[in-house]
Design a protein around this ligand. Structure first.
Ligand SMILES: [Zn+2]
Ligand SMILES: [Zn+2]
Length: 183
């Protein structure tokens, strides 16, 4: 009996480290009270969690009780999670937009270089409207070339790198390119 009583006292005694006092029934009572910044209730210090020590070496208590502190932390975590999510969502969408624009500009530039290098008109009918002009494989090796390059863009890149060789590529209007005749 006396043994178990000692145990209980020990466990009750433990949480309160400052200015503890036993009440009339012998229960440990904390006499130093603090007001929680969260719920504004007055509570004994052992209701507050600690975080390290102050400069003077005493225990530093948080300004919120354990419950309010936990709540605050969980709210902050949620807010941060949302902030991160929003940040990355924006980053990716801006980035994608930027990247697409770069690709469009790049394709336009290569296409313009090709048009300039190859005379700017269909070699069969002389149409000069750049909107109806396309690049055709002279040696009828289009499929093979596309397969070798693995990506449609790479075909144009390859010609661009080689300086638009006139024995490989020529300007054609879409009519000729699709139907073999300019009409
Ligand atoms: Zn509180
Ligand atoms: Zn033509």
């Amino acid at each position: 009996m006396g043994n178990s009583k000692g145990k209980i006292q020990e466990s009750v005694e433990k949480p309160c480290r400052v200015n503890g006092k036993r009440d009339s029934k012998g229960r440990w009572k904390c006499t130093e009270l603090r007001i929680c910044l969260g719920c504004h209730r007055e509570m004994s210090k052992d209701c507050f969690s600690t975080s390290g020590k102050t400069a003077s070496g005493s225990i530093h208590y948080r300004s919120r009780c354990k419950k309010c502190y936990a709540e605050q932390q969980s709210i902050l975590r949620d807010e941060n999670r949302d902030k991160y999510r929003e940040y990355w969502r924006k980053f990716h969408s801006n980035h994608r937009e930027e990247r697409n624009q770069q690709l469009r500009d790049y394709r336009k530039k290569i296409r313009q270089r090709g048009l300039d290098a190859l005379g700017g008109k269909c070699v069969y009918c002389g149409r000069t409207n750049p909107k109806v002009l396309t690049f055709g494989h002279i040696k009828n090796d289009g499929n093979e070339h596309r397969r070798r390059m693995k990506h449609p863009d790479a075909v144009y890149r390859d010609w661009d790198k080689k300086g638009w060789p006139k024995d490989e590529v020529e300007l054609q209007c879409y009519n000729y390119n699709l139907g073999g005749s300019c009409d």
